[in-house]
Design a protein around this ligand. Structure first.
Ligand code: MSP
Length: 697
């Protein structure tokens, strides 16, 4: 089994986790879940970056020690990731003991190999970036990324890392390994910047106490970025590895400068040992990444980071590894930003989005799906509530939710809830199967290429095709005669299978809903254990499986509260007009043409109908509105049998607020004429056939 070691950026803890942090962790979790599903032995590392000046200042302002402050903030991050279903293997903190040991060992090693020297630093520092900035990087004397904050002048005796000596080796590595920096646009930016020339960088701070003491001069602490990048080695179990191999390696190559430009892509060789003196402390997830695993996990396969920190990851980080004589990671992927109204989220503008609130309102699956579907990975994208609600209602509730509802409802009604053995297939059945199997290939390729929105679009062709297949095959008609039993069995079996393979492929994106689908289909185990291979084979659902019908997995969202408010405001306006006898005088019991136009009446075709258990008067209808399917609960069970209604065209109020009747959500109302005494109820139907969705005026 191939291994896959995946990391995210580790977040600063000076503020609560926001949607940008969440976006990155979700994307990485989707990758980790996909890799596990595809059979890779996967290790997924995330965590927090704690030794920043900002943290020290905030802690001081709140009257806490920096560590106490970090402990509090780390809880907030862990809670957020739990709510978002982020399944990491280790949550690393840069205050973890094994990380401290690792950083000190790497610094010592680079020092022994001649890449660290003492000097004086004087220049500008942006505390928000935690970065030294050259005069030419400033815009109007300020950091271009944080124009609202002042840059600080720093002048101190520091230790420097000889980054400039790695210019050729870095360019050479990037040229030989184009997959080292992705997407390509970021690679080009980095290559151009390297070609402009590399400056040595300060890797220590003398004016700070909060940090990891520099091993050769404990009066200084390691610069936060140098410290942070090394977390990727710690997470792989470096400290234990160094402790184990250090003794025998010590002396063997301690003072030999590394052959910069040597093949840095090879796996760890015998010379990769270090002179660690600190004992290992594996930390919270240490079991998985701990002692003896470093040779297995390093080098990392993929670092997922934001586009703002590519310089650190694509230049300083590989040079650090070269200086320490360690192999380089395979790929650094710099994703884009989640923006609000085209601009960065900003505290001062009040545009920082809290992912927890979104999860509380829409659920983790919906947020994960929306972000992965709407923003092409690698590019920037805008977050909007409207976009999220639209994806929820149209893709999740309407397409996916309906396909599941219709499938389990019809299995219950026509087959007593038991998945049948399929009969013979016709060309239409074959087409459904062929598309699903094709997607198992194409979506996998897209997942490997980190094209999440492309993979989801492919998977959705199965969902869309499934809904069309139901409309075309009309199982309710096939169920009427024994002669078409075989065809009904084929259709229903294929629908269950389409949902089974969809649940597997969607499980990295919407793990909660994928399990619910699996459960409602009555399948054993879970989609994760079935593996991607389970989606590549048709016919794994054993005939005889009993479905377990449950609640809708994505109940439709109500009309926006805002729209409702607007409607009631308009009502009031009309009333006032009446009372004040204005120009357009409106009598109490008459409505205006505009008021009538507010009622959206549409023709709908009844696709499916059934009695509501325990409610004598109610029928649950599934109707086709042309552009979408809806579920409507109507009080006509004493006047119509379900069979009479299926296939009929009716008239519905399409913009009625959804309501719950006997626990079932009704997404509209049908029109019926009721006799004076209320005894006779007849459903209104168009005089001639017309396409579903036609407007009634
Ligand atoms: N601590 C450093 C990373 C050290 S990694 C060795 C840091 N922290 S951060 O909290 O500022 O950012 C953490 C991650 O979140 C970064 O990859 C950053 O690009 C990402 N994002 C922060 N805001 C973002 C958006 N609005 N959108 C998407 N990702 C963004 O940088």
């Amino acid at each position: 089994m191939s291994k896959f070691y995946l990391t995210t950026a580790i977040d600063y803890v000076n503020g609560e986790p926001h949607l940008g942090h969440a976006y990155e962790k979700i994307a990485a979790d989707v990758i980790a879940r996909f890799k596990r599903l595809a059979g890779y032995d996967t290790f997924f590392l995330t965590g927090t970056d704690e030794h920043s000046l900002n943290v020290a200042r905030k802690a001081h302002a709140e009257g806490m020690s920096p560590k106490e402050f970090c402990d509090k903030m780390v809880d907030a991050f862990k809670r957020a990731w739990e709510k978002l279903d982020i399944k990491y293997d280790r949550f690393i903190r840069t205050t973890d003991a094994d990380h401290v040991a690792t950083v000190q060992d790497i610094v010592r090693r680079a020092n022994e190999r001649g890449y660290i020297y003492q000097g004086t630093y004087s220049g500008w520092y942006c505390v928000s970036c935690e970065a030294f900035l050259s005069e030419s990087q400033l815009v109007d004397g300020r950091c271009p990324l944080h124009p609202s904050k002042k840059v600080e002048w720093v002048e101190e005796k520091n230790y420097f890392f000889a980054l400039s000596r790695f210019q050729d080796a870095l360019l050479d590595h990037i040229e030989k390994h184009p997959e080292f920096i992705l997407p390509e646009t970021r690679r080009n930016e980095i290559v151009n910047r390297i070609k402009e020339g590399l400056q040595d960088v300060s890797i220590s701070r003398s004016s700070m106490e909060w940090g990891i003491p520099l091993p050769m001069d404990p009066s200084q602490v390691v610069y936060v970025w140098f410290d942070a990048l090394i977390n990727y080695l710690t997470g792989a179990g470096y400290a234990a590895f160094a402790a184990k191999t250090g003794a025998q390696e010590r002396g063997a190559d301690a003072n030999t400068p590394a052959g910069v430009g040597a093949d840095t892509s090879t796996r760890l060789g015998a010379n990769a040992g270090t002179g660690a003196s600190a004992g290992p402390d594996a930390g919270p997830g240490g079991d998985a990444a701990g002692s003896g695993c470093f040779e297995k996990w390093w080098p990392a396969d993929l670092h997922i980071i934001g586009k703002d920190i590519t310089w650190f990851h694509c230049v300083i980080w590989p040079a650090t590894l070269m200086a320490a004589g360690l192999p380089l990671p395979r790929t650094v992927f710099g994703h884009g930003f989640v923006n609000i109204g085209g601009a960065r989220m900003s505290k001062s503008e009040g545009t920082v989005v809290d992912p927890i609130k979104l999860v509380d309102e829409y659920g983790a699956d919906a947020l994960r799906y929306y972000l992965m579907r709407d923003i092409q990975f690698g590019r920037d994208g805008d977050f909007t509530i409207e976009g999220l609600r639209e994806r929820y209602n149209s893709d999740l509730a309407n397409d996916l939710g309906n396909l599941l509802n219709r499938t389990v409802a019809m299995t219950e009604r026509f087959l007593d809830g038991v998945v049948p053995a399929p009969g013979v297939r016709d060309a239409r059945d074959d087409a459904l199967v062929a598309n699903a199997l094709r997607v198992a290939q194409t979506a996998r390729d897209k997942m490997e290429a980190l094209d999440f929105s492309g993979a989801l679009a492919d998977i959705w062709t199965i969902v869309d095709d499934g809904n069309k297949y139901i409309d075309e095959k009309a199982p309710w008609t096939l169920a009427r005669s024994e002669a078409t039993r075989g065809a009904l069995n084929t259709v229903m079996y294929n629908l269950v299978e389409a949902l089974r393979v969809t649940a597997i492929m969607l499980s990295p994106f919407i793990p909660g809903a994928a399990r619910k689908i699996w459960d409602q289909l009555g399948l054993d185990g879970n989609p994760e254990d079935a593996g991607w291979a389970g989606a590549c084979e048709w016919g794994r659902t054993p005939p005889g499986t009993r479905i377990r019908r449950g609640e809708p997995i994505f109940p439709r969202l109500e009309v926006e509260a805002r729209n409702r408010k607007e409607a009631s405001r308009e009502d009031k306006v009309n009333k006032t007009r009446t009372e004040s006898g204005g120009e357009k005088k409106v009598a109490e019991d008459l409505i205006t043409i505009d008021q009538f136009a507010q009622v959206n009446l549409r023709v709908a075709k009844v696709i499916d109908a059934r009695k509501v258990e325990g409610a004598e008067k109610l029928l649950q209808l599934e109707v086709d509105l042309g552009t979408e399917k809806r579920q409507i609960v109507a009080g006509i069970a004493r006047h119509y049998s379900p069979e009479e209604l299926v296939g009929k065209e009716i008239v519905v109020v399409a913009n009625l607020q959804p309501a719950r009747l006997r626990g079932i959500v009704s997404q509209g109302m049908l029109l019926a004429a009721v006799s004076q005494d209320g005894d006779k109820v007849v459903v209104l139907t168009p005089d001639k056939e017309i396409e579903p969705g036609a407007k009634v005026r």
